[in-house]
Design a protein around this ligand. Structure first.
Ligand SMILES: Cc1ncc(COP(=O)(O)O)c(C=O)c1O
Length: 454
C-alpha cells in the first residue's frame, strides 16, 4: 500500500479522538449536535462518509466551493502543474502565475478602476493587509465598521468584529476601532465628518445573520468617504466570485470601492489564497521607496499552486456561466423558501442574494407553539434554528449552519453548481421538519429540551 493510503487507512474513522490534539471543545460540540461524521469523498455539492452515505453540502466550506468540490478541470490543471516541476516560492523573483492572476482579477472589476493586487493566504490576512494599507496610506488612526460585522479572527480583523462574543477576552485589540449600526446614515456622517477615520470597512451582505445593507446607505457611505478622504473598503471574502449572482456582490449597489478584499472561493478549495485589489495611489504610499519594497509581505503569498488554482477557478466560473446560474438558482431557491414562509408561522423572513440566503425563524402566534418556542429559546437563544439544522443533518443528511451567536437564522451557502433537484430536496426536507415542529410536544421540541442535559 502506498504511503498516502497507508497513513490514512491506519487511522480510518479516528477523526474525533485525533482532534483531542487540535480542538477538543469543537470536537465535543460536533458530537453533541450530531455532526461528528467522518467524511471521505466529495463531488460537486455532495459529501460521502466512510460508509458511503451521501450528504448535501449547503455550507460549501463557509463559501470556498463556489465551483463545487473536486472540480475535474481544477484537478487536472493542478495535477499538470505539479507534473511540470515548476519553481515556486523562489522569493527573490517576480512569479509569472501571480502576475497573470493579478491582471485577470483586475479585469473583473467594473469600470476597471483598480490597478494593483496584493496576494495573501486567507481572508483574515486580506483584512489585516487592508488595515495596514489604510493606516499607511492615510496616516489616520481610526477604523469604522458595522455592528454584526465579521471579518476574521486575527487581532486586526477581530478589532473590527461586530459581535462581542468573538471579542470577549482578547483585549487589548487595535485602538480607535468604532462601530455603527447597519444603515445608520446619520451616525456614519457624524463619524466620517471628523476626518479621523482611515477607512470604512463593510461586507456587502453580512455573513453573520445575512443582513443586507440598504443600497442608499452604501451609496451615501461612498459619497461621504470620498468627501472626507476615508478609504471605502468592501469585504467580498464570502460574497465574491459569483456567490451573490454577480462577480462581486457590491455590483448590486452601484458603488465603487477603493479596495476589494477577496479569498475563499478564489482558488477553488485546494489551496489557501486571498487578495487585496486596490489603487496604485494607495499602494505607493505603503511601498513608498525602494527601501520599503517588502514592508508588507508573507512567505506563502503569491505561491504558484494557489495562483494556478485561482486561474483555473476563474475559467470554470466563466465557462460554466456559474454567475448567472447562481442568480437564477438563487431566485428559484428563494421563491421556494418563501412558500414555506406563507405556510409556517415559524418562518419570519427569507433574505439574501444569489446563493447566499438566510432563513430567519421567529416566534409563532399560536399559543401552544409559542410555549415551545419560548421554552427552547430560554434554554439557549437561537436554539430553534440549531434544532432545525441538527434535524436537517440527522434526518436528511443536509449540512447547514446557524448564522451567528444567539440568532434563529440558518444560512445556506451551497456550491453554485447545485441543481434544482438539490434545492427541491432541501426545501421539501425543511418543509417536513417545519410541519413536525407544529406538533407540540413533539420530537423537534424534545431534541431542543435535550440541551438541558448538556
Ligand atoms: C466576510 C468575511 N471576511 C473575512 C473572513 C475571514 O476569512 P478567513 O477565515 O479565511 O480568515 C470571513 C470568514 O468567514 C468572512 O466571511
Amino acid at each position: 500500500m502506498d504511503f498516502l493510503n497507508r497513513i490514512l487507512s491506519e487511522e480510518r474513522n479516528n477523526n474525533y479522538p485525533l482532534h483531542e490534539y487540535i480542538n477538543p471543545q469543537f470536537a465535543k460540540v460536533l458530537k453533541i449536535i450530531g455532526f461528528d461524521k467522518c467524511y471521505d469523498k466529495a463531488e460537486g455539492i455532495y459529501l460521502y462518509d466512510t460508509d458511503n452515505n451521501k450528504y448535501w453540502d449547503f455550507l460549501g466550506g463557509y463559501g470556498v466551493f463556489n465551483i463545487g468540490r473536486n472540480h475535474p478541470f481544477l484537478k487536472e490543471v493542478l495535477k499538470n502543474y505539479i507534473d511540470q516541476d515548476s519553481a515556486s516560492l523562489v522569493q527573490m523573483e517576480a512569479p509569472l502565475a501571480s502576475g497573470i492572476l493579478a491582471k485577470k482579477l483586475l479585469e473583473l472589476v467594473p469600470k476597471q478602476d483598480l490597478d494593483i493586487v496584493y496576494f495573501t493566504n486567507s481572508g483574515t490576512e486580506s483584512i489585516e493587509t487592508a488595515i495596514k494599507f489604510a493606516h499607511g496610506a492615510t496616516g489616520r488612526q481610526k477604523l469604522l465598521f458595522l455592528d454584526h460585522a465579521f471579518h476574521g479572527l486575527t487581532n486586526g480583523s477581530l478589532s473590527i468584529n461586530g459581535n462581542k462574543e468573538f471579542r470577549l477576552g482578547f483585549d487589548p485589540l487595535i485602538p480607535g476601532c468604532e462601530s455603527i449600526l447597519l444603515n445608520d446614515t446619520k451616525t456614519l456622517e457624524e463619524k466620517l465628518s471628523t476626518k479621523e477615520f482611515a477607512a470604512f470597512i463593510f461586507e456587502p451582505i453580512q455573513g453573520k445573520g445575512v443582513y443586507i445593507p440598504d443600497p442608499l446607505f452604501l451609496r451615501k457611505a461612498e459619497e461621504l468617504c470620498k468627501k472626507t478622504d476615508t478609504l471605502f473598503i468592501v469585504d467580498e471574502i464570502q460574497t465574491g466570485f459569483g456567490r451573490c449572482g454577480k462577480m462581486f456582490c457590491f455590483e448590486h449597489y452601484g458603488i465603487t470601492p477603493d479596495m476589494i478584499l477577496v479569498s475563499k472561493a478564489l482558488s477553488g478549495g485546494f489551496v489557501p489564497i486571498g487578495a487585496v485589489l486596490t489603487r496604485r495611489s494607495i499602494y505607493d504610499k505603503v511601498f513608498s521607496s525602494l527601501d520599503r519594497c517588502v514592508v508588507h509581505s508573507s512567505t506563502f503569498g503569491q505561491n504558484n499552486f494557489a495562483c494556478i488554482g485561482g486561474l483555473a477557478t476563474l475559467e470554470v466560473l466563466r465557462k460554466e456561466e456559474l454567475i448567472p446560474k447562481a442568480h437564477n438558482m438563487g431566485e428559484y431557491f428563494s421563491t421556494k423558501l418563501n412558500t414555506l414562509k406563507e405556510k409556517y408561522e415559524f418562518v419570519k423572513e427569507i433574505r439574501g442574494k444569489g446563493l447566499m440566503i438566510g432563513i430567519e425563524f421567529g416566534s409563532p402566534q399560536k399559543l401552544t407553539l409559542k410555549m415551545g418556542w419560548n421554552l427552547i429559546n430560554k434554554i439557549n437563544e437561537g436554539l430553534f434554528a440549531q434544532v432545525i439544522s441538527m434535524s436537517l443533518m440527522r434526518k436528511y443528511k443536509i449540512l447547514t449552519q446557524v448564522s451567528g451567536h444567539k440568532v434563529n437564522i440558518i444560512k445556506v451557502l451551497p456550491p453554485l453548481v447545485l441543481s434544482k433537484s438539490d434545492i427541491d430536496y432541501f426545501v421539501d426536507s425543511l418543509d417536513a421538519l417545519l410541519q413536525e415542529s407544529e406538533k407540540f410536544p413533539g420530537p423537534i421540541w424534545e431534541m431542543g429540551k435535550s440541551f438541558l442535559k448538556v
